[in-house]
Design a protein around this ligand. Structure first.
Ligand code: ZN
Ligand code: ZN
Length: 159
């Protein structure tokens, strides 16, 4: 990562009312590796305020980015907003002239990355038999063994 891509705060610039720190970090900050199911093509937007009490620095605010996800069930691609509006970083006894927030800010947003990627919470996924997207409509494949459904009974009828 380029050194200029981080968030470095000049401690002397932090005034009593708080110093606004806003901007974007490039997508390379996430460094989450190659993944089919999760990509981070967008910058990390930060909107923070740093305040100083004695030698302690408090940084609060909001972080936001939009991920490109692939649904674990139906394999559809969708955008997923990750927002942490409750950022609260505390630095005790800061004696350096500059404070580097980059790594902490990165960790704060990574906490909000989804463990599961679902396009909608109750995505029905794909039929394991024919691959049809069951969110669109039902297919007529028999339900997999161990998961009986109302369709089994209909299929069993000899009409
Ligand atoms: Zn889905
Ligand atoms: Zn099917």
């Amino acid at each position: 990562m380029n050194k200029n891509d981080g968030i470095r705060v000049n401690v002397k610039h932090i005034v009593e009312e708080g110093l606004p720190i806003t901007g974007n970090l490039p997508p390379s900050i996430f460094d989450i590796g190659e993944s089919d199911r999760l990509d981070s093509p967008n910058p990390l937007a930060y909107d923070l305020v740093a305040s100083l009490t004695a030698h302690d620095i408090l940084v609060r605010g909001t972080l936001r980015t939009t991920l490109r996800c692939r649904c674990d069930r139906c394999l559809r691609y969708f955008d997923h907003l990750v927002e942490n509006s409750d950022v609260c970083l505390f630095y005790e006894e800061v004696t350096d002239d500059f404070l580097d927030l980059t790594e902490d800010v990165r960790e704060e947003i990574l906490l909000g990355f989804p463990q599961k990627c679902l396009c909608v919470p109750d995505c029905r996924g794909l039929c394991p038999e024919c691959g049809h997207n069951l969110n669109v409509r039902h297919c007529h494949c028999p339900a997999p063994v161990g998961a009986p459904s109302a369709f089994d009974k209909l299929d069993g009828l000899d009409l």
